[in-house]
Design a protein around this ligand. Structure first.
Ligand SMILES: [Fe+2]
Ligand SMILES: [Fe+2]
Length: 260
C-alpha cells in the first residue's frame, strides 16, 4: 500500500516532466508509475528517459517508444509525429534506446492495478468513448483477471470511466479526486505531461494513486512551454510546411499500393 505518482505521454518534454516531478515529490509519492510515450515529439528524450530510470519508475512502452526505437512503423502517425519520431530515432543515445526497448507492454501493481498505453490489446487504440471501454473491459477480464483498475494514456486527456457489469459511466472530474469502489472496474487516464500539442492550456498533467484509500487525485502544473517549443524547433523536431505537404503526397502515392 502506497502513494504512487501516475504520469504518461511525456514525449521528451523535459520542462514539463521537471515541473510534474517537483510537484509529486512535494506530495510525498513513493513510486512513479508511467503509462508510456516517454519519447517522441520534443527535444529531450534522453533526459526524460534518464530521469525515469534514475527514479526506478515502473514504466511501460507507448506507441512513440516503439516507433522511436524501430519496433513499430509510422503507418498510424500524423505527419508532425512522424517527422519528430524520425528526428528522435537519429538522436537517441544507445543507453536510452536500450532502456526504451526493454519496456514491457503492460505492468501490474499490487495485483489489482494494470498499466497499459492505448487499448489493452492495441497500443495505438484511442480509448475516448464508452464503446471503447466496453470492448476493452472484456480484454481486461480475459487477459488480466483480478485487475480491476486499468491506467492508460495515449489520448492525452484526464479521464475516469467506471464500469458496473456492462454499464460504462464517464465520470465528472470537477472535484479533482475519485474514490474507486471495490465492486466496480475502472479505466483511468492521468493525462499528458507534455502539453505541446494542446491548443489552449499548456499545463502538465498527472495523477496520484493512493492504494490504501483506493482513490485517484488529478493535478496539473504550469511549465516553460516557450523553452520547450524553441528547443524543439531549433533541433529540427517541428515539421516545415513544405515537408508536411511532401509527406501528404507520399501517403497518397503509397496508399493505393498498400491496398492492392
Ligand atoms: Fe502520447
Ligand atoms: Fe501514444
Amino acid at each position: 500500500m502506497a502513494l504512487y505518482g501516475l504520469l504518461g505521454d511525456i514525449h521528451g518534454n523535459r520542462e514539463a516532466l521537471q515541473a510534474v516531478l517537483e510537484r509529486l515529490d512535494a506530495m510525498g509519492v513513493s513510486r512513479l508509475l508511467c503509462v508510456g510515450d516517454v519519447i517522441g515529439y520534443n527535444a529531450d528524450p534522453d533526459e526524460c528517459a534518464a530521469r525515469l530510470r534514475m527514479r526506478e519508475a515502473l514504466c511501460i512502452a507507448g506507441n512513440h517508444d516503439l516507433i522511436g526505437t524501430g519496433r513499430l512503423g509510422f503507418e498510424r502517425c500524423s505527419n508532425k509525429a512522424m517527422h519528430a519520431l524520425k528526428r528522435t530515432r537519429r538522436s537517441l543515445l544507445p543507453e536510452t534506446a536500450a532502456w526504451v526497448r526493454s519496456l514491457p507492454s503492460h505492468a501490474t501493481v499490487e495485483d489489482r492495478y494494470l498499466l497499459t498505453h492505448g487499448g489493452v490489446r492495441d497500443v495505438q487504440q484511442y480509448m475516448t468513448q464508452p464503446k471503447h471501454i466496453v470492448e476493452n473491459v472484456a480484454y481486461l477480464r480475459r487477459d488480466f483477471p483480478g485487475r480491476s483498475v486499468c491506467f492508460f494514456g495515449h489520448t492525452h486527456e484526464q479521464k475516469v470511466f467506471e464500469v458496473a457489469g456492462t454499464e460504462v459511466r464517464d465520470l465528472e472530474l470537477s472535484s479533482g479526486c475519485v474514490m474507486l469502489r471495490e465492486d466496480r472496474e475502472y479505466f483511468v487516464n492521468p493525462g499528458s505531461v507534455d502539453a505541446s500539442r494542446k491548443r489552449h492550456a499548456k499545463l502538465a498533467q498527472f495523477a496520484v494513486l493512493d492504494s490504501r484509500e483506493h482513490s485517484v487525485a488529478f493535478g496539473e502544473v504550469a511549465y516553460d512551454d516557450a523553452a520547450t517549443e524553441d528547443k524543439a524547433r531549433d533541433h529540427g523536431y517541428r515539421i516545415e510546411p513544405w515537408r508536411d505537404r511532401l509527406y501528404d503526397i507520399g501517403r497518397r502515392i503509397t496508399a493505393p499500393l498498400s491496398r492492392s
